[in-house]
Every structure is written in structure tokens, then in C-alpha cells.
Write a protein that binds this ligand. Structure first.
Ligand SMILES: [Fe+2]
Ligand SMILES: [Fe+2]
Length: 196
């Protein structure tokens, strides 16, 4: 999707990820038939795998946020935080990129074709991915600036500033991702269950 279509899609009324609190009634037609609290009682390897993958992303967001809080509140120093952060953030972003690739190229087209009534929801989810990828670019740039600052002498203020920038970027992305994961499940899991 190109940037121009992102603008068109992101501002569909009520579907902007930063304002969304769930789907409107017209996109809940299958969710009302298959409520969230019944999903795990309906054995399906595909839904189980996908929900477990989303839970892994939630767990990673929580761990990354918690480590950031420890640094911000003085329970770890910049070097300790950076050493812990580098491999985990890289792994998290690589998995997220791969997951979105599969959804954009396989899941979304297939489920959109299967349930055209939910098309605005799939447009919103695709727009979420675009926005999340923009946010990830900011996360990567800011964390690289943080790591770079650690290689300089007498750069404590620059390190703190760069770390604060990374923390702000990452927390925005984590917040949006958590919203996205929940809404994506509410749209797609009922389609999977409805179609067997
Ligand atoms: Fe997604
Ligand atoms: Fe997903």
C-alpha cells in the first residue's frame, strides 16, 4: 500500500487506530456470533497458532516496556539496558515484520474475499500495518542513536536524550500494536471459526 492510500484508509470514520476502541456494530456481525470467550473452547490449530503468536508479541511488548521503565527509573544503567535491549528488540521487530508480511499477502486477501462485509475492517488493519511500520522506522532510528551515543565519551546527556526518544517512540508503537492485535483477532478469528 502506498502512502497516499494510507491517508485515505487511516481516516475512515471511527477506524483510526489512535481513536479506535474496538469495531463498530457493522464489523461485529461475526464477532457477535463467535464471542471472544468461546474461542479457546473451539479447537482449531490455525486459530490456536495465531492467538499464541499474538500473545508472544504482547509478552515481548510487556518485557521491552518493563526494561525501559527500569532504565528510566534508575534500576538499570544505560549500558545494561542497551545490552539487554539490542538482541531482544531486533528479534521482536524481525518476527513482527514476518508476521505482517504473511497477513498482508495471504491472510488479509483470503479473509477479505471470504467475508466482504468486513472489508472496511481489513482496510483499517492494513492501514495499521503501514502506520506501525512508520513507527518502527522511528524506533530503529532512535535506538540506533541511543547505541551510538554510548560509543562517545562524556555524552551522558546525549545518551539520556536519545534513550528518552527511543522510549517515547517504542511506547507509541507498543500501544498501537496492542490495539491492532486485539482488533485483528476480533475481526479474523470469527471468520476462521465461521468458515471452519
Ligand atoms: Fe496484523
Ligand atoms: Fe497479527
Amino acid at each position: 500500500m502506498k502512502a497516499s492510500s494510507l491517508t485515505d484508509t487511516r481516516y475512515l470514520p471511527g477506524l483510526d487506530i489512535d481513536k479506535r476502541t474496538g469495531w463498530p456494530d457493522e464489523l461485529r456481525v461475526l464477532l457477535d456470533k463467535f464471542p471472544r470467550d468461546t474461542w479457546r473452547s473451539r479447537p482449531s490449530p490455525v486459530t490456536e497458532f495465531w492467538l499464541d503468536k499474538h500473545d508472544w508479541f504482547r509478552h515481548q511488548c510487556s518485557a521491552l516496556k518493563s526494561a525501559g521503565d527500569d532504565y528510566r527509573e534508575g534500576r538499570s544503567d544505560a549500558m545494561v539496558f542497551a545490552s539487554w535491549l539490542a538482541p531482544r528488540l531486533q528479534n521482536f521487530l524481525a518476527h513482527l515484520h514476518g508476521h505482517h508480511q504473511i497477513e498482508d499477502h495471504h491472510y488479509f486477501p483470503a479473509f477479505r474475499a471470504a467475508e466482504e462485509r468486513l472489508a472496511p475492517g481489513f482496510d483499517a488493519l492494513a492501514a495499521d500495518h503501514e502506520l506501525l511500520h512508520e513507527g518502527i522506522s522511528d524506533v530503529v532510528a532512535s535506538v540506533n542513536a541511543f547505541f551510538e551515543s554510548l560509543r562517545k565519551e562524556n555524552a551522558a546527556d546525549a545518551t539520556r536524550h536519545a534513550a528518552d526518544r527511543y522510549l517515547a517512540c517504542s511506547e507509541t508503537t507498543f500501544r498501537r500494536l496492542l490495539r491492532h492485535l486485539s482488533d485483528e483477532e476480533d475481526l479474523i478469528i470469527p471468520v476462521m471459526l465461521d468458515r471452519g
